[in-house]
Design a protein around this ligand. Structure first.
Ligand code: C2E
Ligand code: MG
Ligand code: MG
Length: 576
């Protein structure tokens, strides 16, 4: 005897009768519902199942012929394709029904996810409805995935990393074990974007992510943004395991990488911090891995560095200082001190404006503590403008027509229109151009010679004086003196400091002064501290001097008499 066909097949078989019974019509209608419906007697054969129900539940062929009830079939493992144990499902279902409760559950059958709802009807009947929720569940999973993954590389993102790190840390703490955080980024990734465009940059990130993923084994990898990849080395054997992982990463992703039709040279720098030695909380650990990475980069890129408290602490402080510097201008924490310049007979000819930062907690900071930081992030452009305006405003208020000298950074030459700015400030403050001198170092000319010379010519055309500062150290190319008609040459103070102690220094200074005379280029000696130095320079007919012997850099109020603003001095003293 052939096994009986499915309940639904029987119903859909074409009938040659003209009438259709009410029951048949109802069954056909139910078959076409998008939800599964089944009515069961708890201990006997099913009363009814629509087609969707049978398809969804994977009710096997021939099922109706068997003497099993639905539950016996389930317990006997006759339902195929279930991703969970059918017996367990029916155990819970029976229990709920016994207690008079509805029972609802999510079921994974085959590739689909169903929502099943079961209700007791009367004493012994069960009404089951099933809805296919696969699409909704997938959409939810996609959203959850997106919330935890970076869309470009599909790696876990910052949120996922934070969660993972918290979990790993808790476990490590409980077991008294170590683990490591590794921060990695690609060397000169910005260049790839700039040169080849963002499309290639993105492709490179995807390729590198792929290579990393392949080489990390059981360790955790996340992309925190840009070209920053972060790893958790889960092995307790630290720092050895982190070192092994770092070397594997190098092997997988550095060197030539074929990507989007280009051959790119990829370099990698990695910083390592170990829990708990280098940080017992997430923020410290990650910061310290970053600090180590930062040092890896400054040590020449393509290297691995482990966190070193002292060095990296300093680097972090520098970065903090750099951030604080952004607020220094708006908060009015910057100030200028003025140092007199004079002829060898002591007659003041002008003042050099020197920048100071009155830091809220660190006290008075000198330029060598923050100018380089300001140049690094371009903040010097804004600060330099403030210095120019402040110095010009100050000098414009002096009764005596003394010159004010302002130092310019090479970075200021690369941004904006410096001559136009100077011109505007002169008009705004009313300072005659001939009373302003700008001091540049050779750094200005080294970067982009032609452009710098063009800018300098326009500044000089305004009537502003241009001085070459710190002459004698660095390149000291004589061709610079030929390329631009400087108004002053300032010999670096390191030469003046060695006068009288090393005979060839005397010769060098003498020669530079002679050179100035020949070029009709006044020479100013910096850092004059002793009467002997002064005597030497006077003997050589040096045009000007500057140094502690004549006067230290001080707030202008201390030089009020010299500039012809005695009232300012008195006010200042009364106020202070
Ligand atoms: P600089 O332009 O060569 O300035 C002279 C430096 O020598 C000043 O240091 C000054 O205090 C110091 N000095 C002057 N006389 C003597 C002396 O007799 N003995 C010794 N040992 N030192 C003396 P300061 O103020 O620390 O400035 C250092 C450098 O910072 C300046 O060197 C200049 O290059 C830069 N700087 C200062 N202010 C600014 C600014 O507003 N903008 C820019 N871009 N750089 C600035
Ligand atoms: Mg200077
Ligand atoms: Mg100097």
């Amino acid at each position: 005897m052939k096994p009986e066909r499915r309940a639904s097949e029987r119903r859909t078989a074409p009938t040659r009768r003209d009438e259709i019974t009410r029951e048949e019509a109802l069954a056909l209608a139910l078959d076409n519902l998008p939800i599964g419906v089944g009515l069961f007697h708890m201990d006997a054969l099913p009363v009814f199942m629509n087609r969707r129900f049978m398809d969804m539940f994977g009710v096997p062929d021939g099922y109706l012929a068997s003497p099993l009830t639905f539950m016996q079939a389930a317990e006997g493992g006759h339902l195929e394709n279930w991703r969970q144990d059918p017996a367990e499902y029916f155990r819970r279902l029976t229990e709920a029904l016994r207690q008079g409760r509805d029972y609802e559950a999510e079921l994974g059958i085959g590739e689909r996810v169903y929502y099943a709802h079961n209700r007791l009807i009367g004493e012994r009947h069960l009404l089951a409805t099933i809805v296919d929720i696969t699409e909704r569940v997938q959409a939810e999973r996609r959203v959850a995935h997106l919330a935890h993954h970076d869309p470009l590389t599909d790696l876990p993102n910052r949120a996922a990393f934070a969660e993972k790190l918290a979990g790993v840390m808790e476990e490590a703490r409980a077991r008294g074990q170590k683990f490591a955080v590794l921060s990695a980024d690609l060397d000169r990734f910005k260049d790839v974007n700039d040169i080849f465009g963002h499309g290639v940059g993105d492709a490179l990130l995807r390729e590198v992510a792929h290579r990393f993923r392949r080489s990390i084994g059981d360790n955790f990898l996340a992309r925190l943004g840009g070209d920053e990849f972060t790893f958790i080395s889960l092995d307790a054997n630290q720092p050895e395991a982190a070192g092994v992982l770092a070397r594997r990463l190098f092997a997988s992703a550095s060197g030539e990488v074929e990507c989007a039709g280009h051959t790119l040279m990829v370099g990698l720098s990695i910083g390592i911090a170990i829990f708990p030695d280098d940080g017992a909380d997430a923020a410290t650990l990650l910061n310290n891995a970053d600090a180590a990475l930062y040092r890896a980069k400054s040590d020449g890129r393509g290297v691995i560095r482990s966190f070193a408290p002292q060095t990296d602490q300093r680097i972090r402080e520098q970065r903090l200082l750099q951030q604080e510097l952004r607020l220094a201008v708006p908060r009015g924490e910057l100030a200028l001190h003025y140092q007199p310049q004079s002829r060898v007979d002591g007659e003041f000819t002008g003042f050099e404006a020197l920048l100071r930062w009155q830091h809220p907690t660190r006290g008075l900071l000198m330029p060598d503590q923050f100018i380089a930081l300001a140049e690094e992030n371009g903040l010097i452009v804004e600060i330099g403008e403030w210095v120019l305006r402040e110095a010009a405003r100050e000098a414009a208020g002096w009764a005596r027509p003394l010159v004010v000298s302002v130092n310019l950074s090479p970075v200021q030459f690369r941004h904006g229109d410096l001559p136009a700015l100077i011109h505007a400030i002169l008009i705004e403050t009313g300072l005659p151009a001939s009373r302003l001198e700008v001091e540049i170092t050779e750094g200005v000319l080294v970067d982009d010679f032609a452009r710098a010379i063009a800018v300098l010519r326009r500044i000089k055309a305004l009537g502003v004086h241009v001085a070459m500062d710190d002459f004698g150290i660095g390149y000291s190319s004589l061709s610079y003196l030929q390329a631009f008609p400087f108004d002053t040459l300032k010999i670096d103070r390191s030469f003046i400091a060695r006068l009288g102690s090393e005979s060839h220094t005397d010769e060098i200074v003498r020669a530079v002064i002679g050179l100035g005379r020949g070029l009709r280029l006044p020479i100013v000696a910096e850092g004059v501290e002793t009467p002997e130095q002064l005597a030497f320079l006077a003997g050589e007919h040096c045009a000007g001097i500057q140094g502690y012997l004549i006067g230290r850099p001080r707030p202008i109020a201390d030089y009020a008499e010299a500039v012809g603003r005695p009232h300012a001095a008195r006010r200042r003293r009364a106020a202070g």
